[in-house]
Write a protein that binds this ligand. Structure first.
Ligand SMILES: *Cc1c(COP(=O)(O)O)cnc(C)c1O
Length: 426
């Protein structure tokens, strides 16, 4: 059976496929550049695994307290080497990205301290963590105050506002690399480095945490190469390579990571406890695959931007901009179009392809959210997925794809559903 026949069985017609091929024919150079970066990142991960002499014995399960877990300790050394940091905390006991960020923030902020976001409002779920939206156990409840400097209308840093917002109380600066559910640009590592240098020039002892979610391996440098004291992310996004079934990481200075470990487990225990429960093979192998998986996801994002922009939809980043994360926002303009787009992503999935995504309430989000994902790991957004809050400009945030070919199919099917619903015209 040929490809078009198989695609037809999935509901994907020739006209949409042809449009896709036409778009793809212009992307050869960009795809080559992505592959070159992936090769560099692959070498980085490989060297770190070789340097730390990873052997089969390091995949063994530990239980109970998990004392002397050599596999766990070496995995953390591998992460530290790849991110060029003194230390790392990489654990299945970190339940998600929000949890990793919460640990990093609450471990490094004490009552009376102030947290500054110089890049506008942080990611939805962090607003409750910080207490921007009142919430039990927020940092605000513990006496940590918060300030924010908004981005300039063009998306640039407002250095005057940032200088004014840094006070003697400012202890930690949080910088979100990826746009999250906002339609601002994502930042390059170089831009983040300039911002970090500025903040430290105003207050040399200030610590900087970067929310690195969706940014890992997109570039050949990470924010920790640009002066961040901590970089934080989720293992069911980029660095888990699609194989990690849970987990989060914090890489940074020994001082910051030690505090995070004491916060995650208990003062005095820190990194010494935390059984791996047999999960290490997935963590190691996922990290090994991550550069390639991220490359596939990036190709998908670039393909989506070029396809949808050619049909008149605003895309962020646009069709030609450089990439700083794997997220592609497409402003679809209506709830109906968001539903059709998500139906296409869902219909292309290997798991739950028969499900119909509908908007619903989500913990941590203040508007309804629609999510499409047919993932091997529940909620994993390094796997092909699309989501977005049901609010203007009705932007859908597309990301992931464990393989480029799957990402391509999902994007084509999303367009097919829009065309079928009269929501887009070829
Ligand atoms: C996904 C994400 C988070 C939170 O991660 P969860 O694993 O969903 O809790 C935080 N910040 C950004 C920018 C993200 O993309």
């Amino acid at each position: 059976m040929d490809l078009l026949t198989m695609y037809a069985q999935m509901g994907l017609g020739k006209a949409v496929c042809d449009r896709g091929e036409e778009i793809l024919s212009r992307l050869t150079d960009r795809f080559r550049a992505i592959d070159q970066r992936a090769e560099i990142n692959q070498a980085k991960v490989l060297l770190a695994m070789q340097k730390n002499r990873i052997g089969a014995q390091h995949f063994a399960a530990t239980t109970g307290y998990g004392y002397d877990d050599d596999g766990r300790e070496r995995l953390e050394k591998v992460y530290a080497d790849v991110f060029h940091t003194e230390a790392a905390l990489v654990r299945p006991q970190i339940t998600c990205g929000t949890h990793a960020l919460t640990v990093a923030l609450s471990a490094n902020l004490l009552p009376g301290d102030e947290l500054l976001s110089p890049v506008g409002l942080p990611y939805d779920t962090l607003q409750e963590v910080i207490g921007i939206r009142p919430s039990p156990c927020s940092l605000a409840e513990y006496g940590v105050t918060y300030r924010q400097a908004d981005l300039k209308p063009d998306g640039g840093f407002d250095y005057d506002a940032i200088r004014a917002a840094i006070t003697p109380k400012t202890r930690l600066v949080t910088i979100q690399r990826s746009k999250g559910y906002a339609t601002r640009p994502s930042f390059s590592v170089q831009q983040i480095g300039e911002l970090i240098a500025f903040c430290k020039s105003v207050k040399p002892d200030v610590k900087v945490m970067v929310d690195n979610c969706y940014g890992e391996f997109v570039d050949v440098v990470e924010p920790s190469d640009a002066g961040a004291d901590m970089v934080v992310g989720s293992l069911i996004k980029n660095p888990g390579g699609g194989l990690a079934p849970i987990g989060g990481y914090i890489c940074g200075t020994q001082e910051c990571v030690d505090r995070c470990a004491y916060r995650l487990s208990a003062p005095g225990l820190g990194q010494e406890v935390g059984a791996n429960l047999g999960i290490l093979p997935a963590f190691y192998q996922g990290f090994f695959l991550a550069p390639t998986v991220v490359a596939g996801a990036l190709k998908g994002a670039i393909f989506a931007a070029n396809l949808y922009e050619s049909l008149g939809f605003r895309c962020i980043p646009n069709a030609t901009e450089p990439r700083q994360d794997i997220i592609q926002a497409v402003e679809l303009g209506s709830e109906a179009a968001m539903c059709a787009f998500c139906a296409g992503i869902q219909g292309a999935a290997p798991v739950d392809s028969f499900a119909a995504p509908v908007p619903g309430d989500m913990p941590g989000y203040d508007s309804q959210v629609i999510m499409a994902a047919g993932a091997f790991v529940q909620g994993s957004s390094i796997e092909l997925s699309a989501d977005g809050p049901i609010r203007p400009p009705y932007a859908v945030y597309f990301q992931g794809g464990l393989t480029w070919h799957h990402a391509k199919l999902g994007i084509l099917l999303s367009l097919q559903k829009m065309v079928d619903g009269g929501l887009a015209a070829l």
